[in-house]
Design a protein around this ligand. Structure first.
Ligand code: HEM
Length: 301
């Protein structure tokens, strides 16, 4: 059964997750990941200092940078606000558990995964941004987003009854596999480039020459995704799914252009920042197509 309050609450969680992911990307490009050296507190306090003279004992004053500290602190506040949205969703789904047991199960899952994600965030800080942990943090953010999106689908009537489409489902699942490969390859590129970007010893104009081998495959898969999305648009040009496929193509194209802007414009920070929310956009567009083309949606999940 469809519950409007559940739809609205999961929609809030979904957009809040998008904002949390964008905030995380902002922290990354501004190099603020270690702006707070401890977790969950920041410099031993719930509200961090604004000046090095206010630092408590045991913290190195020379390493203090108020802008980075407050950037990371605001990111944590955004994460905490997200947690409240998840709690609200859990409460609403619990109240409607008799008519929406699956929604309740998914909300509960979301609650536990969010708790785990918060803990993982602490580990990322404790391990000083170790590449594998940052990537795991990224993947769990996608998982949270996916659960919130499924909850939205589960509680909406929008466009039901267009029927399943096995061929489209195969293409969408293929795209999802390619996207996940992009996440791992892209993360590899990031881990490789991070020290080069941070040290700043190599001139910006030559950074592109230091991209690792994985970058080659990252580009080839982007091209493949573009080709598949274009072919899908051709095949289903007059089908019900057309609008969604156009959207998918637009985000994949924008994402590829952002990648090129990064590679050829000395790792332009705006492109580097936008590359993460747009990767998220590709993920959601593909997920939507999977749900729409499978019989899952028709059976109300
Ligand atoms: C469908 C197309 C694409 C998708 C889905 C995608 C996705 C991603 C993802 C998820 C990351 C990891 C971000 C992170 O861990 O913070 C990444 C990193 C990266 N991507 Fe892409 N990408 C695409 C196309 C491209 C293209 C065409 C290029 C270059 C021509 C490119 C260049 C890069 C670079 C340089 C990084 C490292 C970013 C950094 O150090 O912050 N990407 N990509």
């Amino acid at each position: 059964m469809i519950v409007d309050a559940l739809y609205k609450s999961s929609r809030n969680v979904f957009w809040a997750a998008f904002i949390v992911i964008a905030a995380g990307a902002f922290v990354r490009v501004t190099g603020s990941g270690l702006g707070c050296p401890d977790w969950p507190k920041c410099f031993g306090a719930w509200v961090p200092p604004i000046d090095a003279t206010q630092l408590p004992e045991g913290f190195d004053r020379l390493k203090f940078n108020a802008i980075q500290t407050w950037t990371e602190y605001l990111n944590r506040l955004v994460g905490a606000a997200f947690g409240l949205f998840v709690l609200r969703l859990l409460f609403i789904s619990w109240r409607h558990r008799h008519v929406g047991v699956l929604s309740f199960g998914l909300s509960l899952t979301l609650f536990f995964v969010t708790g785990f994600q918060a803990w993982l965030g602490g580990q990322v800080v404790a391990e000083e941004l170790r590449g594998a942990l940052v990537t795991a943090h990224f993947v769990f953010a996608f998982l949270i987003l996916a659960v919130a999106r499924l909850l939205m689908w589960l509680n909406t009537n929008t466009a039901r009854g267009s029927g399943s489409n096995r061929m489209l489902l195969v293409c969408a699942v293929g795209l999802m596999i390619l996207l996940l490969m992009q996440v791992f390859l892209g993360a590899h590129v990031r881990v490789h480039m991070e020290p080069i970007l941070m040290e700043g010893l190599i001139p910006r104009q030559t950074w592109v020459n230091h991209l690792p081998e994985e970058d080659f495959w990252h580009r080839k898969i982007a091209l493949l995704m573009l080709l598949i999305s274009s072919a899908m648009l051709y095949v289903w040009r007059s089908a019900y799914f057309r609008g969604h496929i156009i959207l998918l193509l637009v985000v994949v194209m924008t994402q590829s252009l952002l990648g090129m802007a990064m590679a050829y414009l000395s790792f332009n920070v705006v492109a580097q920042f936008l590359h993460v929310p747009f990767a998220t956009g590709v993920f959601v567009a593909v997920l939507d197509l999977i749900v729409m083309s499978s019989s899952l949606r028709v059976k109300q999940l």
